[in-house]
Design a protein around this ligand. Structure first.
Ligand SMILES: NC(=O)c1ccc[n+]([C@@H]2O[C@H](COP(=O)([O-])OP(=O)(O)OC[C@H]3O[C@@H](n4cnc5c(N)ncnc54)[C@H](OP(=O)(O)O)[C@@H]3O)[C@@H](O)[C@H]2O)c1
Length: 264
């Protein structure tokens, strides 16, 4: 399968690091013009420069904007009036005692993880349907289905994203635009390495350390190691392609088999 995204413009929210940066690189490698997004000019500039180094010849558009606000979202539209592939990757996560999560914190999780995605879909979906082609992807998590007791607010926001994806796919029915969620599992992003070494023997080499961590703390994973960000990106690149035209309204898993179910 040859995936060719030349002529397409992609926006990946929260792409100065982690899974977002890997998705931006994957889309650029497939030929798309890619907008790198984060909150500060400095980090976006650095992320864009890193992407250009990683994918020589890539067409990269740096877009510094806090997309969790209406003003930020409008700034993105100003910089990038046409988006063909929208990847709502931005998301916050953290552990909290469920009985101690304040109303404001519940609202913050909803606003950052759900409403920011909805707002961008509202802004970019009409253009996609008018042009008769588009791809919207919302990056969800295993926590959408296996809701962790210490991350109920996070789980809630990711479950909501599954519903948002299904609903907007119906809105786009028959237009050539697909809308899906990608269920990412435990992934090897910045900070995770330190987190792992806080829990397992520090003298173990990384490969063994992460496997020991997964065995003990994430035994549901069939992969039995952390997922590399590029492995999530591969799924996103495929869903962004012409070849994925029949996949819409779904929740597609790149979770290392973490969710113990056959569907989705
Ligand atoms: N890591 C995992 O194991 C895992 C597992 C399942 C699902 N996921 C999901 O995958 C997605 C990415 O996770 P990650 O671990 O790669 O995240 P991360 O390393 O924390 O990166 C978050 C990104 O979002 C940007 N960002 C934060 N707030 C922003 C805002 N208001 N406006 C614009 N950009 C903003 C950050 O850039 P700046 O700091 O430069 O603004 C950064 O580039 C999230 O939706 C997460 O829930 C992650």
């Amino acid at each position: 399968m040859q995936i060719d995204l030349r002529g397409r413009t992609a926006l990946v929210t929260g792409s100065t690091q982690g899974i977002g940066a890997a998705i931006a690189a994957g889309l650029a490698r497939a030929g798309a013009r890619v907008a790198v997004n984060g909150r500060s000019e400095e980090r976006v500039r650095a992320g864009a420069a890193e992407l250009e180094r990683e994918v020589p010849g890539a067409e990269v558009v740096p877009v510094a904007a806090d997309v969790t606000t209406q003003e930020g979202a409008l700034r993105v539209v100003e910089a990038l009036p046409q988006v063909d592939v929208l990847v709502n990757n931005l998301g916050v996560f953290g552990a909290a005692d469920p009985l101690e999560i304040s109303d404001d914190e519940w609202r913050r999780y909803f606003e950052v993880n759900v409403l920011a995605a909805v707002r961008l879909i509202r802004l970019f979906l009409p253009g996609m349907t008018e042009r008769g082609w588009g791809r919207v992807q919302n990056i969800a998590s295993d926590s959408a289905i296996v809701v962790p007791a210490e991350m109920i607010h996070y789980g809630m926001s990711k479950t909501a994203l599954l519903a948002v994806s299904r609903g907007f796919a119906k809105q786009a029915a028959g237009t050539g635009v697909t809308v899906n969620s990608v269920i990412a599992g435990p992934t090897h992003t910045g900070g995770v390495r330190n987190f792992v070494y806080e829990l397992v023997d520090r003298t173990l080499p990384w490969e063994e350390a992460q496997r020991a961590f997964m065995r003990r703390y994430r035994p549901q994973s069939l992969l039995q190691r952390l997922i590399e960000p590029e492995e999530i990106a591969n799924m996103v690149v495929y869903l962004a392609s012409d070849q994925a035209s029949a996949t819409t309204g779904g929740a597609v898993r790149a979770d290392g088999g973490y969710v113990d179910s056959i569907l989705p």
